[in-house]
Design a protein around this ligand. Structure first.
Ligand SMILES: NC(=O)C1=CN([C@@H]2O[C@H](COP(=O)(O)OP(=O)(O)OC[C@H]3O[C@@H](n4cnc5c(N)ncnc54)[C@H](OP(=O)(O)O)[C@@H]3O)[C@@H](O)[C@H]2O)C=CC1
Ligand SMILES: CC(=O)N[C@@H](CCC(=O)OP(=O)(O)O)C(=O)O
Length: 356
């Protein structure tokens, strides 16, 4: 436990994830915000980049260098993929590094090489505390850790929607289909022609179709870990879609019931989800009949989950909603910071959303 305020730097402060990190850190009672660094925005006032971060408006963004980041207790990296490994390797061992990018998420080098075009950098403790693994939870691997890989936003929603079913051996690992919609902030702040307002407004469209999206192996890694050792690896057909909203992910996941659960009804299946999330402060299984909506988790670290059985096709349908920038990135990063430093896990994190 720290006896002083935890001094935290944010690299990528001008981006969406960096901005959300700063919004949350401003409300964290144990954190003092240190260096704010970025790329092309270095030298600019934060107030010009993120006008909503009023208390930090006059802070000036610095270049992202080891010198600027060393000297902090914690460094959050919110940089594009491929930038974290080299930077992290040069930071002193005393610094806790929490990476919002993908660089250290995958344990399988072959999967990394298939889906990413930068060299494999290894794997850090995976920052999804609620994931059931080996009879316990992933949070145990995060307590006191110095290096944490924050999950991708889709893997957070999909893994939490389906993990109880795999942890309880109820689902067929070879028959899982996921279609998830994301708000456009998931793609980051840099200019992308397909994300211009005129292209996105009033339209929904798929991308990364046919098992090509890089979150596919991350989702499979998580669900296979939830299923436990010795079982068949979980295979997922994953299709992301872009929705005309700034924030939010809605993941609709279906999986065929496995051999042992062939006769099970919704009541029996639901029990696994009830047990899995009864004590989780951020994962809320909604009352039967109420379905998750992105609007209800906006700006919060909460995950809303619902599950039912499609009796006709013998498939489980599990739906999860998260705010991609909060529980899907920056909220998870702060939750991981709390676990890494031995603070109460919920410190500084909103459970209630913003509406309407
Ligand atoms: N958006 C989301 O929902 C999620 C994002 N993430 C991950 O978080 C990370 C940040 O994403 P996001 O905030 O969306 O992206 P943005 O494009 O919004 O922000 C990227 C940030 O990185 C900085 N940057 C870019 N290139 C360099 C460079 N060469 N050197 C130093 N800094 C650089 C940018 O600075 P500048 O603008 O000054 O160039 C900016 O601050 C990514 O790895 C992303 O995958 C993870 C989960 C969800
Ligand atoms: C809408 C959108 O484009 N979303 C991003 C996912 C954002 C995310 O989770 O991030 P990582 O890049 O850290 O893996 C995408 O599909 O690439």
């Amino acid at each position: 436990m720290f006896m002083h305020m935890v001094k935290a730097a944010v690299a990528g402060a001008s981006g969406y994830a960096g901005g959300e990190l700063l919004r949350l850190l401003l409300g964290h009672p144990e954190v003092e915000i240190g260096a704010l660094t970025a790329g092309s925005s270095a030298g600019r006032r934060l107030g010009d980049l993120h006008p909503y971060l009023t208390p930090l408006a006059d802070r000036v963004v610095e270049d992202t260098t080891v010198e600027a980041l060393a000297g902090h207790d914690v460094v959050f990296l919110a940089l594009p993929h491929g930038h974290s490994a080299a930077l992290a390797a040069q930071l002193p061992d005393s610094v806790t590094v929490i990476d919002c990018g993908a660089d250290f998420r995958l344990r399988d080098e072959a999967a990394w090489t298939t889906y990413y075009d930068t060299p494999y950098a290894g794997a850090w403790a995976y920052g999804l505390p609620e994931l059931p693994v080996g009879g316990g939870r992933q949070r145990e691997a995060l307590q006191g850790t110095r290096h944490i890989a924050v999950p991708g936003c889709y893997p957070t929603a999909v893994s939490l929607a389906l993990a109880p079913g795999f942890a309880s051996g109820l689902l067929d690992p070879q028959d899982v289909v996921v279609v998830a919609a994301s708000g456009t902030s998931g793609a980051g702040k840099s200019l992308k022609p397909h994300l211009l307002g005129a292209e996105v407004m009033g339209a929904m469209s798929p991308y990364g179709v046919g098992g090509t999206h890089r979150h596919t192996p991350e989702i499979e890694q998580n669900l296979t870990a939830a299923a436990g050792p010795g079982g068949t690896a979980v295979q997922v057909s994953f299709t992301p879609t872009l929705a005309p909203m700034p924030r939010g992910i809605l993941a609709t996941c279906t999986a065929r019931l496995g051999e042992t659960a062939k006769e099970a009804d919704t009541h029996a299946i639901r029990e696994a989800w009830v047990k899995a999330y009864a004590d989780e402060p951020f994962v809320h299984l909604l009352p039967e009949g109420q379905w998750p909506s992105t609007a209800s988790v906006l700006g919060s670290n909460s995950v809303h989950v619902q599950v039912t059985v499609d009796e006709r096709t013998r498939r489980v349908v599990a739906v999860a909603a998260v705010d991609n920038l909060t529980k899907g990135t920056a909220g998870a990063a702060v939750q991981c910071l709390n676990l890494a430093l031995g603070l109460p896990e919920t410190t500084g994190l909103p459970v209630a959303g913003v509406a309407p």
